[in-house]
Design a binder for this molecule. Sequence first.
Ligand code: CP
Ligand code: NVA
Length: 305
Amino acid sequence: MAIRHFLQFKDFSREEFDYVFERTRWIKEQFKSYQKYWPLSDRTLVMIFEKASTRTRLSFEAGMQQLGGAAIYLNTRDSQLGRGEPVEDAAQVISRMSDIVMIRTFEQDIIERFAANSRVPVINGLTNEYHPCQILADIYTYIEHRGDIQGKTVAWVGDANNMCNTWLQAAEVLDFKVHVSTPPGYGLNPDLVGEIDPARCRIFADPMEACRGVDLVNTDVWTSMGFEAENEARMKAFADWCVDAEMMAVANREALFMHCLPAHRGEEVTAEVIDGPQSVVWDEAENRLHAQKALLEYLVLGCVK
Ligand code: CP
Ligand code: NVA
């Protein structure tokens, strides 16, 4: 059977997400009631980081340990990858010594090439283009607070970055809508998102209009990792794309606020919103742990129930 990877959100079907969300719920419940669950004992996750991380490293490392397995952290700077060993060769070697691999890197092409040469499943822990593990946890968080996301509307305010691209894929797979508002010059990349279906995604010049009547408001940093050289120009261009109380006020009364973190209060979001009653950012962060444990279980063992 072909090895399954999680390189983009659309790699899984709606049925698979339903299964993973159900397993997330059960695994979280076991964890919260201090029940030992070690389905991955003797299994090893290798985590390769080419960019900084707090949540992703911690949630994968703790998650693998909690499932009875082990996690090994590799920073490309300290490995032969950082000295030019081909990704294809590294994949051959690393996948002979492990049961599953997670990679955080720059171009999506790097992780695709790794996966094509891997004997074990590969998970995207963030690339310039996508962040599927974060959206997995975010949608699980939405479901926990508000129920099914099908038919709902999500507003994306800010940079059309890896998070935004992944929300658009999730909307296709799980059947919800996305409103996108970005500053001029920082819009969606057609090579990545393809032709926009107006029934699925609407583009708004005014971020306030993008938030009107939505069920979830989402933003992220103005400058993602790898784009630091553009920071000064971005600070000016994004000044009006700060999620504030006025934007939240035009969303549905029950609307939630999400941010994958790390956040910059006073830039992409006000302190009033991120620290306010509609914000579920700490649940999102915690759910990285539970959702990724379900993902690890599914990719290593397949369906267990
Ligand atoms: N949200 C997220 O992926 O956080 P880290 O960069 O800390 O892993
Ligand atoms: N868009 C951000 C997300 C960080 C978790 C970045 O890529 O830096």
